[in-house]
Design a protein. Structure first.
Length: 340
């Protein structure tokens, strides 16, 4: 059994009613002005519900953070983990999203990707959704809340699981799955990715059918760390991709150093590319660099036939977008032929 590290195994129990515990190693005066002292540097304060608790703490949030207070809640009278005040406030604020992450009730919706060389289905991108359709949440907002609360590693791990499971009984062998991941959640590739590789083995998925793509490429801080992550994926027989490639980093340097199998061009460069000389110049440059390095180019966000036709004409190899197919719980075939 693969053990979870602290970053993926954290938990938060949201109890109503409960007891708030405040801890300060500098022997500060209780900023709330109420509660029972349970030591020289700690206080306990009962509360009825989390909404009112958040309001009370938010009113003195600056004081709590500046003075170094830590917080915890418990229904049993025994505090578990103490968190810095700002992080604790975020955990209470985003408690519904945290509970969603902890439950892990996720599925992946699949959006088709076509090969412009043979006009056939090439892959699906797996996009995270809640399994309960009544609980709609923006994945970007979910990951942002996870980052603010320390649950981003757990969410990223569960998103990868949902993406791999989404293939079973839906996606034929030989059709690839593009799976998003955040490199910042993978502290030690050899350990952190073992959970994902175990799932691949469990379901008998061919590693060559999986493409792991970095989201928010322009925000990459540690290129060498990402390179080590890519190397582990490739060693296991999987492909890697850079997502949203555009401005924000040195394209030639990044592609040369990381050597991804695919680059996905940001939709801002695809929208209206048939009538923008600036966008055409950028796309031609990317295609030239990628050919030199043996990297395949994928255009995402295609919504118009003219955009599709232009991308095909200049040598873009793969394409994705609402014109081709929208995300669906089922593995839908492309909506339109590429020659239409």
């Amino acid at each position: 059994m693969n053990a979870l590290c602290a970053n993926c195994g954290i938990t938060m129990n949201f109890c109503e009613p409960g007891i708030l515990y405040l801890l300060n190693e500098q022997h500060r005066v209780n900023p709330l002005g109420e509660g029972v002292s349970i030591g020289t540097n700690s206080y306990a304060l009962p509360y009825d519900n989390l909404e009112s608790l958040y309001g009370s703490l938010d009113a003195v949030s600056s004081k709590l953070s500046e003075d170094g207070w830590k917080c915890s809640i418990s229904a049993s009278g025994v505090p578990e983990n103490f968190y810095p005040a700002s992080e604790f406030l975020n955990k209470i604020k985003y408690r519904e999203m945290i509970e969603m992450i902890q439950e892990g009730n996720f599925v992946s919706h699949l959006q088709p990707i076509i090969d412009l060389g043979n006009d056939e289905l090439f892959a699906y991108e797996s996009l995270l959704r809640n399994a309960d359709p009544s609980l709609r949440v923006n994945p970007g907002a979910l990951f942002e809340a996870a980052l603010l609360t320390g649950f981003h590693s757990l969410l990223d791990q569960r998103a990868r699981r949902a993406a791999i499971e989404s293939r079973i009984g839906k996606v034929e062998k030989g059709v690839k799955s593009f799976i998003n991941f955040l490199p910042s959640t993978i502290y030690n590739p050899e350990f952190c990715l073992k959970h994902t590789f175990d799932i691949v083995d469990q379901y008998g998925v061919n590693p060559e059918d999986l493409v792991f793509e970095v989201v928010e490429t322009e925000k990459i801080q540690d290129v060498n760390h990402l390179k080590s992550v890519f190397e582990v994926y490739k060693r296991e027989g999987m492909k890697v991709a850079l997502d949203d490639v555009g401005s924000g980093f040195s394209t030639i340097e990044m592609l040369s150093l990381l050597q991804p199998d695919f680059v996905k061009i940001d939709r801002s460069y695809i929208s209206g590319c048939d009538r923008s000389q600036e966008k055409q110049n950028f796309l031609n440059e990317i295609i030239h660099i990628s050919r030199e390095l043996g990297i395949s180019v994928l255009a995402e966000g295609i919504e118009r036939k003219e955009e599709l036709a232009f991308c095909k004409a200049i040598g873009v190899k793969y394409a994705q977008g609402y014109l081709i197919g929208k995300p669906s719980l089922h593995a839908e075939r492309p909506l339109v032929p590429t020659n239409s």
